[in-house]
Design a protein around this ligand. Structure first.
Ligand SMILES: C[C@@](CO)(OP(=O)(O)O)[C@H](O)COP(=O)(O)OP(=O)(O)OC[C@H]1O[C@@H](n2ccc(N)nc2=O)[C@H](O)[C@@H]1O
Ligand SMILES: Nc1ncnc2c1ncn2[C@@H]1O[C@H](COP(=O)(O)OP(=O)(O)O)[C@@H](O)[C@H]1O
Length: 313
């Protein structure tokens, strides 16, 4: 039986607006999610014994049943027990290239790759919609990671509308190696500090949805207008992350002083990205800001905005 190697891209948030509370304890969002070429590689190999093994070359990632890739395989085994019985267990190997707990959906994209990989290995022939429904059971960002590209994401992040391809743009990213921000902490702190400014679950979420501000960003994307996209970058979670972590604000200001289209923290952070019109500009900005901040704890990456989600390697 054959093995599969999959490419699992990271995402950045070009837009993240928190609209209100939800009865399920999550937040109602309007986001624009964007795949980038920085990616993990996931190898899925069938094994004789009826078990799921996960291994990863990064010590920051758990190898047990808390790994999101493990959780994706366990969900597939639970949903399709006859396939597991027919094909046996799987060994999942993660080559980690996406920084961990960085706001780049590293765990979510690994989980998405396992769903796609097991669908192929077990010859299930699941539809895009069926894969996305399974993905939503693992995490809010996992459905997006399957198809990737550029998408408007609403609900808790799992309701997707594809937008146009932005693969003419580039990105430079930077993160303090020793700093991680927990997603539940970011949302909980936002709720504590700004909960009175957004819609409570008892109020009319439907009418508030009509008033979200994401329209300008969506039309800039539909026009593929890089300058406008750069100006309209937005992330409500910056309001809690930047005051708590002034070094992230310093990084954002360093990017803002360069020749970039715009800069923003991605998701719950702490990665900060800046959009550029060319790969050369992205490399130049990385080099200048690296020298300017001269902090050995800072890692930099450059990438291209990508139109694909999970693909075969
Ligand atoms: C912030 C974002 C932005 O894209 O990404 P990351 O920074 O994590 O990459 C996402 O909303 C994260 O998505 P994901 O990481 O899949 O979240 P989940 O596992 O579903 O939820 C983790 C926790 O975040 C909070 N959460 C998440 C999504 C949402 N719409 N409302 C929430 O309040 C909840 O406290 C939840 O327990
Ligand atoms: N396959 C995985 N890759 C990365 N992190 C994982 C994975 N599985 C579980 N985790 C855990 O999920 C947490 C969030 O990691 P990650 O998905 O990289 O960040 P974010 O939610 O900020 O995008 C980490 O603290 C890590 O311990």
């Amino acid at each position: 039986m054959r093995s599969y190697s999959l490419i699992a891209p990271a995402k950045i948030n070009l837009y993240l607006e928190i609209i209100g509370d939800r009865p399920d304890g999550y937040h109602e969002l309007a986001m624009v999610l964007q795949s980038i070429s920085l990616a993990d590689q996931i190898d899925i190999r069938p094994i004789e014994i009826d078990t799921i093994f996960v291994q990863c070359d990064s010590a920051a990632v758990p190898n047990d049943n808390t790994n999101l890739a493990y959780r994706a395989a366990a969900l597939m085994a639970q949903q399709f027990p006859e396939a597991m019985a027919q094909y046996g267990g799987v060994e999942i190997t993660i080559k980690k290239r996406i920084p961990v707990a960085a706001g780049l959906a590293g765990g979510s994209t690994d989980a998405a790759a396992v769903l796609v990989g097991l669908d192929l290995l077990w010859q299930l022939g699941l539809t895009q919609g069926e894969l996305e429904d399974l993905a939503a059971q693992i995490g809010s960002d996992v459905p997006f990671c399957i198809k990737g590209g550029t998408a408007l994401a609403t609900g808790r992040g799992e309701v997707l509308s594809p937008l146009v391809n932005l693969d003419n743009l580039y990105v430079v990213l930077a993160k303090y190696r020793s700093l991680a921000i927990s997603t539940p902490w970011a949302y909980k702190t936002y709720r504590t500090q700004f909960g009175d400014t957004y819609v409570r679950e008892a109020e009319d979420l439907q009418s508030r949805r009509q008033r979200v501000h994401s329209g300008g960003m969506v039309s800039a994307i539909m026009q593929r207008d890089g300058a406008k996209i750069g100006q309209l970058l937005h992330n409500d979670l910056e309001k809690v992350a930047l005051p708590e972590h002034p070094e992230v604000l310093k990084l954002r200001e360093a990017f803002a002083s360069q020749n970039v289209l715009g800069t923003m923290m991605s998701g719950s952070g702490p990665t900060v990205f800046a959009l550029t019109e060319s790969e050369r500009q992205a490399l130049e900005v990385a080099e200048t800001v690296r020298k300017q901040l001269a902090n050995p704890d800072l890692d930099f990456w450059t990438a291209k905005l990508s139109s694909t989600g999970i693909t075969l390697a």
